[in-house]
Ligand binder design. Structure first.
Ligand SMILES: *Cc1c(COP(=O)(O)O)cnc(C)c1O
Ligand SMILES: [Zn+2]
Length: 420
């Protein structure tokens, strides 16, 4: 049971069969999955989806596998949190957090794309999976590969946070750290992919892999009661998730699951690596590569493969984008934690800080509903915040010592009131 018709070049329209291909032979454009939407419309319904397990495969008609799902049976369906206290702090009426910081099993949005890629790799008969990663993707590929019993090689830039390195190594892949940044890793991986014939989830399986990102948007719509979000803000690195959210929203309209009420989509980048935002704000289609320099390592991609499609999706929706400094990112991590009890990594700090800026600048109206996508988890990047949290107050285990400390912290409260 599959509604996939095949692959098609985004640029020249040339069609290809369902194979592990990713670039057009004629024009080198990226290949996209083509579905039979008329058949899907006849087969799918809100009730049918609601009756299924709470994971990303509940939208299986709009995902590119042929048989049963082979990976990610517990991934997706993360909470959409109504964020009242953060909304108050930002001065807006209706704010939600789509919280992929608790995605199963590796705590980032990447568990979605990898679930689809690994399922597809198994269908294609690959025995080895691999990826070029800024950290989170490597974690997800290593974990899903372990569960599927596949060989695994992950490639990361050297100098990543401990949590991201150990968060891959624990699953037993070969972890290869490349001296340099992500763009160096990616260049090497294209050569390795051609030579070794592995399933590189974000290279030769990219058309399948990237479709998994749509499920983040499908869930937002379902969790809003089958409505499109009015405004949605998400980080951009290589440029996978943002255009796929947009594609997913349009598909929901096409197959009759939501009304076409429009949506505006906004890209968030760190000022230390903002090639897409630079182009967006200059009004050009030409993305000039940059050398990343930011604490937001998950989104530090200086030469984004699908940056052009981010620009296209943002502009077409009437949205916008902003970049924020590392200082603003750190403040936003603290703000989200202290208003909503959600601990995100610097990519999520970027998403919150950019939302704040877009509201302040009047790009997002305060009276309309807003969704912030939180794409990664802060427990993986403790280094980023270690210097900016309050240290524990250490005392010896006596009541007098605690009384003294309490007095110091609450000078206006009398000891009697405190003990009473
Ligand atoms: C990968 C990633 C993103 C977005 O990356 P795209 O390549 O643009 O899809 C956002 N946040 C986190 C935490 C990520 O790991
Ligand atoms: Zn082409």
């Amino acid at each position: 049971m599959s509604f996939v018709r095949g692959l098609q070049c985004r640029e020249c329209g040339q069609e290809y069969p369902k194979e592990p291909l990713h670039v057009c032979e004629t024009c080198f454009g990226p290949l996209e999955i083509v579905y039979d939407y008329d058949a899907i419309k006849k087969s799918i319904s809100r009730e049918k989806i609601a009756s299924r397990d709470k994971n990303l495969w509940r939208y299986r008609e709009l995902l590119p596998i042929d048989g049963e799902a082979q990976a990610g049976l517990y991934s997706g369906f993360t909470p959409l949190v109504r964020a009242r206290r953060l909304g108050e702090a930002l001065g807006v009426k209706e704010l939600y957090i789509k919280d992929d910081s608790v995605n199963h099993p590796t705590f980032s949005y990447k568990d979605r794309v990898v679930a689809v890629a690994i399922s597809k790799a198994i269908e294609f008969g690959f025995d080895t999976v691999s990826c070029a990663s800024t950290g989170n993707l490597a974690n997800a590929v290593a974990a899903h590969a372990a569960r599927a019993g596949l060989n695994c090689y992950v490639f990361i830039p050297d100098g990543l946070e401990q949590g991201k390195i150990i968060g891959s190594a624990i699953y037993g892949p070969k972890t290869i750290a490349i001296k340099g940044n992500y763009d160096d890793v990616n260049r090497l991986c294209s050569e390795i992919g051609d030579k070794y014939g592995w399933a590189f989830v974000n290279v030769n399986l990219r058309p399948y892999y990237s479709e998994g990102a749509k499920t983040h948007g499908f869930e937002v719509a379902e969790q809003l009661g089958w409505k499109l979000p009015r405004h949605i803000v998400v980080a951009s690195a290589g440029g996978t998730i943002l255009p796929k959210l947009s594609k997913g929203f349009k598909e929901l309209v096409k197959v009759g699951l939501v009304e076409d009420t429009g949506y505006k989509i906004y890209s968030a980048q760190a000022a230390g690596c903002a090639p897409i935002i630079n182009a967006l704000q200059k009004g050009t289609d030409l993305i000039s590569p940059v050398k990343p320099n930011t604490i937001a390592s998950s989104i530090a991609i200086g030469n984004p493969a699908d940056g052009y499609y981010v620009l296209q999706a943002v502009r077409e929706s009437g949205g916008w984008g902003e970049s924020v400094t590392d200082k603003e990112i750190l403040e936003a991590i603290h703000l989200l934690a202290q208003t909503e009890g959600i601990f995100t990594e610097p990519a999520g700090g970027t998403e919150v800080a950019v939302t704040k800026k877009l509201i302040q600048n009047g790009n997002i109206p305060r009276q309309e509903s807003i969704v912030i996508s939180i794409t990664g988890n802060g427990y993986k990047t403790l280094e980023a915040v270690a210097g900016s949290v309050e240290k524990p107050l250490t005392i010896t285990a006596t009541l007098e010592n605690f009384d003294a400390l309490y007095q110091q912290l609450n000078p206006t409260v009398t000891a009697k009131a405190a003990s009473g």
